[in-house]
Design a protein around this ligand. Structure first.
Ligand code: SF4
Length: 311
């Protein structure tokens, strides 16, 4: 009975995590544990000891998606084609400290000259070696199998940015190779008519958070500089942010995903757009249509057409 309840709890937690990644929830989920279930069973337990406090879960599920809580952590991202519609500032969430404001820096164009194409792989390899020794996040550095740095071409026109490695990525050392990774591959190949080797893929975090928990703001701030250097070296023409963590790290806004999709922003002067994290699509197949709409917007700007079957 207790095992069934723990499984139910994990399924529910996993589902809510996918909603959070998609920007439809704004509550910390990573640290939720079922304390009542792992307590030793007593001979005559009191009624209150056997109850699981599901109130945060129920509140999250019942929160209407049409009216998500909106908080602006620091400066909101600015769309390219129209003035910012960000609401007035509210106090930052008590759950986590706000991301240290590096956004002012990241809004500036890159100062480093464009690295010649034939040197980029070598420069990225050096950076990957630096990352492999990084221990800025003690918990992640002590629990990772390896760092997960990149996948794809250093001369790609398009860069996808995800959240953090999962179990499969931690084991294989490559981003997006699990179930969500297969979906990314389908998006690139079947949806856009490209190959994985034609795009560049990276995550905000290079180390897997234990239990796939949400990266903390401190961990994001620790690691986002590496991603910034990857972008600086590759200089893609377009960036596609997959999910909430990538949006928070690069655009520094906590506006809900639905208000960020179908718009263009600029990161370091590079046209940047937002869509759902593929892990969210695994649990919410209807959202694939919205993702397809986002990809069509991206392909139109890139001047490419989907393969005949995808259109
Ligand atoms: S997540 Fe990034 S900053 Fe943190 S230890 Fe890993 S490589 Fe270093």
């Amino acid at each position: 009975m207790a095992t069934d309840s723990i499984d139910l709890w994990r399924q529910l937690k996993s589902h809510l995590e996918s909603l959070r990644r998609a920007g439809l929830l704004d509550i910390p989920i990573g640290s939720w544990e079922p304390p009542a279930l792992i307590k030793p069973i007593r001979t005559q337990p009191s009624q209150s000891e056997n109850l699981i406090d599901l109130s945060p879960v129920v509140a999250a599920v019942l929160r209407p998606p049409e009216a998500p809580r909106i908080e602006v952590v620091q400066k909101p991202a600015e769309p390219v084609s129209r003035p910012s519609t960000a609401p007035a500032k509210r106090p930052p969430s008590a759950a986590q400290p706000p991301v240290p404001s590096t956004f002012a820096l990241y809004r500036k164009p890159f100062e480093m000259h464009v690295i010649p194409i034939n040197e980029r792989l070598q420069v990225l390899t050096s950076l990957a070696a630096e990352v492999a020794c990084c221990e800025r996040c003690p918990e992640l550095a002590s629990t990772r199998t390896q760092t997960v740095f990149q996948s794809g071409s250093p001369t790609a026109r398009l860069m996808f940015v995800g959240e953090a490695p999962g179990a499969d990525e931690d084991r294989l050392g490559e981003p997006f190779v699990g179930r969500a990774g297969q979906l990314v591959t389908d998006i690139i190949t079947k949806g856009m008519g490209l190959s994985r080797s034609e795009v560049y893929i990276a995550n905000v975090l290079k180390c897997r958070p234990p239990e796939n928990r949400t990266p903390s703001n401190t961990e994001m701030a620790n690691c986002v500089g590496y991603l910034d250097r990857q972008i600086e070296i590759v200089r893609p023409e377009f960036i596609c942010l997959l999910g909430k963590v990538a949006v928070t790290a690069l655009l520094q806004t906590s506006l809900p995903m639905k208000s960020l999709r179908q718009r263009w922003f600029r990161y370091r002067e590079i046209p940047t757009m937002v869509t759902y994290h593929p892990a969210y699509l695994l649990y919410n197949p209807p959202a694939k249509k919205e993702t397809w709409d986002d990809l069509k917007m991206l392909m139109k700007e890139m001047g490419i057409s989907p393969p005949p079957k995808a259109s």
